[in-house]
Design a protein around this ligand. Structure first.
Ligand code: SF4
Ligand code: SF4
Ligand code: SF4
Length: 323
């Protein structure tokens, strides 16, 4: 028998140490963003519902118009696009909140307001965690959740996993893909900002560094209704400001904590629960499921020790029989 007792114990201790490392690496899991992570701040209080962001999104992402009657839509009686919600052809959607006589903008009772729907670019994305083939990945610099159509096997786990119901599947295509907003990363690669922010006439869709956007959002929720504030247009970096009268903000930044946080942040004068946004805990489902996996790894320390004991017993028996 060539296996010496010392060598055996070394193997055993390395095994135990490896198991310990797996546990410690994952035990303190807390997803953080790079300092260069980018995002979008959508301020519903200054959105006028013009949908220029939707049209620009379609144009710069080669998305076709949606219409139940496309023939009519191309004629003078039709409308160009009549998408109702996010779909495989619509990556960015403005929705309307209405109550009572809907007479006053940014008011919950007898009022109306707008809210924008798109991929939230979660800090710890459930879609990425669910994808079995890493077709969805989180860019380590920008934090953008990116999609690789060549890696995708069409299982649609991402659709089930996303708490915001964002990824859509091209059911009608022979070779379908998943579609969702990728924050115009192709435009950003050319030095441009996302189309929805570039073409927003009010600054309601604002691009920037996530940390800076969060700071801007924190400033806005403290503003006094009726006062005047210099709202940045298009991108925080541009420094182009437009004065506007401040609406009564809800003192809450949606996306700051939801599901572990998102890079798309929202402000509103209407409670977010009324705008169709889910109430989520501050922990992502991805980290919860990883916690379970890590618990399993942690639980493996005892079986490894037991296995070690059995192997050592076998080694002793073999040694005694050889001796
Ligand atoms: S909103 Fe959905 S699709 Fe977008 S990153 Fe989060 S989990 Fe993924
Ligand atoms: S459909 Fe594609 S992107 Fe979505 S989980 Fe499956 S392989 Fe990943
Ligand atoms: S372009 Fe701007 S103002 Fe117009 S609907 Fe979109 S976010 Fe609102």
């Amino acid at each position: 028998m060539n296996l010496e007792r010392r060598d055996f114990l070394k193997v055993l201790s390395v095994g135990a140490l490896t198991a310990g490392n797996v546990t410690s690496v994952f035990a303190g899991i807390r997803k953080t963003l790079s300092a260069d992570a980018v995002g979008i701040l959508y301020d519903g209080t200054i959105c006028i519902g013009c949908k220029a962001c939707e049209a620009a999104c379609k144009q710069y992402n080669d998305m076709p118009p949606e219409s139940a009657n496309l023939e009519k839509a191309t004629g003078v009686d039709g409308i160009w696009d009549e998408s109702y919600d996010l779909s495989e052809k619509t990556l960015n959607k403005i929705k309307l909140y209405e109550h009572g006589d809907a007479s006053t903008r940014n008011r919950e009772e007898n009022g109306f307001a707008f809210v924008k729907k798109a991929c939230m670019h979660c800090v710890d994305p459930d879609c990425v965690s669910a994808c079995p083939v890493t077709a969805l990945t989180k860019n380590s610099t920008t934090g953008i959740v990116e999609y690789d159509k060549d890696a995708c096997i069409g299982c649609r786990y991402c659709m089930v996993a996303c708490p915001y119901n964002v990824p859509k599947f091209e059911y009608a295509k022979a070779i379908p893909e998943i579609t969702k907003c990728e924050m115009c990363n192709h435009r950003q690669a050319e030095g441009d900002i996302p189309a929805c922010c570039e073409f927003c006439p009010t600054g309601a869709s604002l691009f920037g560094n996530v940390t800076d956007l969060l700071e801007e959002a924190r400033k806005r929720v403290k503003l006094v209704a009726g006062s005047t504030y210099e709202y940045p247009m298009r991108s925080l970096d541009e420094g182009d400001l437009t004065p506007k009268t401040v609406a009564p903000y809800i003192n809450y930044i949606y996306g700051e904590k939801e599901g572990g946080g998102t890079q798309y942040l929202l402000l509103s004068a209407i409670p977010f629960t009324k705008l169709g946004l889910p109430e989520l805990s501050a922990t992502s489902s991805a980290s919860k499921s990883e916690g379970i996996q890590h618990g399993i790894y942690k639980g493996m320390v005892a079986p490894i020790a037991l296995l070690g004991g059995l192997l050592y017993g076998a080694y002793q028996t073999t040694k005694n029989s050889e001796g």
